[in-house]
Design a protein around this ligand. Sequence first.
Ligand SMILES: Cc1cc2nc3c(=O)[nH]c(=O)nc-3n(C[C@H](O)[C@H](O)[C@H](O)COP(=O)(O)OP(=O)(O)OC[C@H]3O[C@@H](n4cnc5c(N)ncnc54)[C@H](O)[C@@H]3O)c2cc1C
Length: 444
Amino acid sequence: MAENLRIAVIGAGMGGLATALSLAKAGHKNITIYETAPGLGFVGAGIQLAPNMARILDRMDCWKPIAAEAVQCAATSIREGHTDKELGHVKLDYIEKTYGHPHMVGHRASLAGSIYDACQKESGIKFEFGSLISNTEFGAKPSFTATPIKSPDEARRVECDVLLACDGVKSQTRVAMLQALKETADVKDSGQAAYRIMLTREQMQHDPELIALIDADAVTRWVGEKRHVIAYPIHSKQIYNISTAQPDVNFAGAPNSTYTTKGSKSAMMQVFSDFCPKVRRMLDLVPDGEVVEWKLRVHEPLSTWIYDSVALVGDACHPTLPHLAQGAAQAIEDGAVLGVVLNPKRIADCQPSTIKKALQIYEKVRKDRAEALVELAAENGRSMHLGSGKAQEERDKIFAALKTGKGPVPDKWADADVQRMIYGVDIAADAEDMCKEEGFVAKL
Ligand SMILES: Cc1cc2nc3c(=O)[nH]c(=O)nc-3n(C[C@H](O)[C@H](O)[C@H](O)COP(=O)(O)OP(=O)(O)OC[C@H]3O[C@@H](n4cnc5c(N)ncnc54)[C@H](O)[C@@H]3O)c2cc1C
């Protein structure tokens, strides 16, 4: 019975959780999620919750608790970092009417926690936290070593029927797959890093300009040469979430495995020393020792995401710079598509060739779209980080035209045409259509 196929999901990030939930909702009863960390353990940070993500989570019955404490964005304001002058103001309140869900911003812990809670209600999903997966072997029946972090002597080999590697940007499965394919896909150093900060309402309350920011239903981005700050209220406006991008100087010389570090507040203040007083006052509220810096890392597009009965998912195959706020949304889209193509009715004969066909359709539906967004996010970073010169003048002319209601928005995530391309796609419906096109229909 296809619903009893052994499905191994590596990683309990947004990609792994959404994939497992989507497969359970499709009827699978034997899904195990292996996660190195002892629990969910998400860093405290905000996240943009785009309608293409919300649509999928709503169908899986876990959107309501997220929306209940998230903040709906009525607008976004793009401003010059050093003067605070508004370059562009874009209303986002049309989004709900057009795409069925509003654009919201929320807390990562609430997003992951709600998908996790929904997974726990599914008897078909088991979690193995504190378990490191290594030595993946590909084939019709993939296998790997699962090593309990606390008792490495108890490491064991696990065989499965489908292996879905949602193991993030540092994916060991991707490395093993590339080795098996005798290919390379170099890690691309984005040259960028990000500070991530959360301020409480209490920390901001003595500053009327800052309180106005947390009270606004808006995402604000301040842009400058090679840097920006993006900020929005989350957690029912009790927290102001700030994320930045700046040239990576701290990770450049660090070993490959380093992705986050305790940042230095004085270094951060120095990076934004020519930004306007409002931004500097805001950054200055961060207590020493609470600055976290992330390296922003991507890699070359892969020739394929699948090998036999193994597929890569989320950041493992399409790490995306945060400048389009789509990385997690795209990982969740992957999960939604896997639920469609691996529906037990479609793979009822349980044959490895049928599973492979399902994964080929997954790749067909997802790869071009995700990679287009990876490129668009990188391009948006370049456009937002322009220094002085012709290109910046051109960009600011486009911003000026926007004020008279004409033309595109240079900050791409806020542009209506880009939003149509991202939010207007119902990826699960596309996957159903592709299955029909490929004659991949229920086999009962
Ligand atoms: C600054 C910043 C801002 C962002 N903002 C947004 C945003 O606003 N909106 C948005 O949609 N996206 C955003 N993103 C992107 C988003 O965070 C990621 O794309 C998303 O979290 C990726 O999810 P994932 O499940 O693929 O990978 P991860 O979240 O990295 O999860 C991988 C999991 O696999 C586990 N794992 C790894 N290796 C093993 C192993 N060998 N064995 C067992 N377990 C393993 C890890 O412990 C981890 O839990 C942002 C990213 C950054 C850096």
